[in-house]
Design a protein around this ligand. Sequence first.
Ligand code: NDP
Ligand code: OXD
Length: 308
Amino acid sequence: MHIAYKSEASRGRRWQALCAEQAPERTFYLWPLETPASDIHYLIAWQPPADVYAHFPNLKVLFSVGAGVDQLALDALPGELPVVRMIDPGLTQGMVEYVTCGVLALQRDLPAYLAQQREHHWQPRPQRPAGATRVGVMGLGELGQAALAQLQQLGFACRAWTRSPRSLAGVAVYSGADELADFLAGTDILVCLLPLTEQTRGILDAALLRQLPEQAGLVHVGRGAQLIGPDLLAALDANRLQAAIVDVVDPEPLPEADPLWDHPRLWLTPHVASSTQADTAFQAILDNIRRYENNQPMHGHIDRERGY
Ligand code: NDP
Ligand code: OXD
């Protein structure tokens, strides 16, 4: 019941050390392995090798290094192989920090103040209190829920949009295509925390942005392929959108000539909203391995049909 790892090397070395300390009965192999290893049952990877069973003939579970699994080409993986995404308290905390920071920056008009500073222009602007600012989060999963809990504490008026109907104390929840327009119409700051699937590819387009109130803001932390960049720039240029904070683009890194680099009211970060934190994430993986071996459901087990 050993483990193999194929991703960023320094994290692998840390996990190897943690495994030796916390699960000494297991060997933690780093990629590349010299020969197919029949005693490896668990693979932790950002992207597995093309034919997983050729390398790991007795593989039982594939763990994604990240919260997203869109990089995995799910259709190419053996149908019976369980795939598990990362649910890591450290990663969740990082996302809460980034989303809160982005929402506060937009609520407090920081992009406009930065532009004013560049022009040496001293001009207070009207202040919109948190309680009068409606934040709408697309995606009410692990990360969306945690971000909303923090935003509620700060007093924002919170709403969310999901695929399936549900309720959450203090949050107005909208679901499905039929309720998207109502959700958007009452959203001053939109946060995208959706997984990338065929349904969400290109979802942040002109038609969607047009349904937001005038001067709405955007924090995009889902996946780059959800955003139609030229549509966002057009909405900013037309002054329909106040500003946007964008952490994910397609492709990454953003090509040198892409106009997203240069819009004065668009803040760009290089896919750093959050990331898997080695120590807390290793605990989560070990916990899931133990769950698997005890026939208990694993946290973050992907539904192949839904794609997340
Ligand atoms: P979850 O799987 O826990 O949650 C996904 C949420 O999205 C669910 O609420 C789901 O609805 C909703 N959803 C999925 N498809 C649709 C749809 N078609 N329409 C409406 N709602 C939909 O994911 P996480 O919260 O863990 O992560 C979300 C994403 O965040 C990741 O997939 C990744 O892309 C991104 N991410 C970005 C990072 C960054 O640094 N920028 C870091 C980590 C993650 P329902 O509840 O009905 O199933
Ligand atoms: C992830 C990411 O999905 O880093 O974990 O984007």
